[in-house]
Design a binder for this molecule. Sequence first.
Ligand code: F6P
Length: 354
Amino acid sequence: MKNFKTIGVLTSGGDAPGMNAAVRAVTRAALAKGLRVLGIMRGYSGLIDHDVEELHARSVGNIIDRGGTILYTARCKEMMTAEGFQRAVNACRELGIDGIVAIGGDGTFRGAKKLTEAGVPCICLPGTIDNDVASTDHTIGFDTAMNTIIALIDNLRDTCESHARCSVIEVMGRGSGDIALNTGIGSGATGIAIPEIPFDEDALIEKIKHSRELGKRNFLVIVSEAFGGDFGERLTKRIEEETGVESRFARLGHIVRGGSPSLHDRVLASQMGYLAVEELLKGHSNLVICERRNKIVSRDIQYALTLDAMYKGHLEEGELDRFDEATVRRMQSHCERKRKIIRRLYDMANDINI
Ligand code: F6P
């Protein structure tokens, strides 16, 4: 088993609230075990450039409540090239980094997996507002982003009620509808458009007409950014033209990605960071720390990536061959369960948000 003296911690990909709480937990857990901790700046870019700072207990003081990431972040294209990757591996040797905790989304996991294969043990934490990592029930940052969105939608509802209007609101989430679905339920939105379920525009138009006739003044429609282009603007125009309800479009975009993390994200990030260090010290690596049914557990990175690909319908030819039949079946039923939960929530929203 590797003798750990120094570990690195980095944040990579889009920033997410709670990343700092995770960095703090990793740092303090490692220091408590007598390790030295290097904060790697700007994700894998900082590793390649030897841009590191030693972290002490006080370096991570007063950050549990801060959004963004004190280590900064980047989406590092160089890490995907053979030369850039080799520089990252060399940097670990030159800086004396014995293992890395990497916080981010699936791009971050891919980099960590390659580093582990090259002899640098890595453990990942899922940090992204999108909640688009199939192996975990929740990612760090998801809860905060949704609470931020709900507060903004509540403001829009005031205006909609005052003017008897409809607001169509586009929210982030990349290819995942989790943010849109949950904020749609939480705001009582009349319509929710997510990529996981075919969106019936005509039914929404009829629903709005009917509810208006019954005296409803404000209408909220939440659309996922996954639809792309001018989907939201076009839908807004159609609602106004066909229902007669004055309508406005709002794209919340990056405004919901920052801000102080919620209690849920702080606790999740702390637990995940703590377990990541324990796993490294047990000699385990190539893992993603996940939350499954309220428990913090570890999953193999390749398992997590393949499960994700299966759920998103991006499986590559032969990708399942490396798993035994029982594991493939487990993955399939995991995806099935996830789809069922989404379907049920969607149908529920449709019935109770009128
Ligand atoms: O992954 C987080 C996220 O905010 C997504 O919701 C969004 O699609 C994307 O990042 C935006 O990326 P960027 O910050 O590079 O514009």
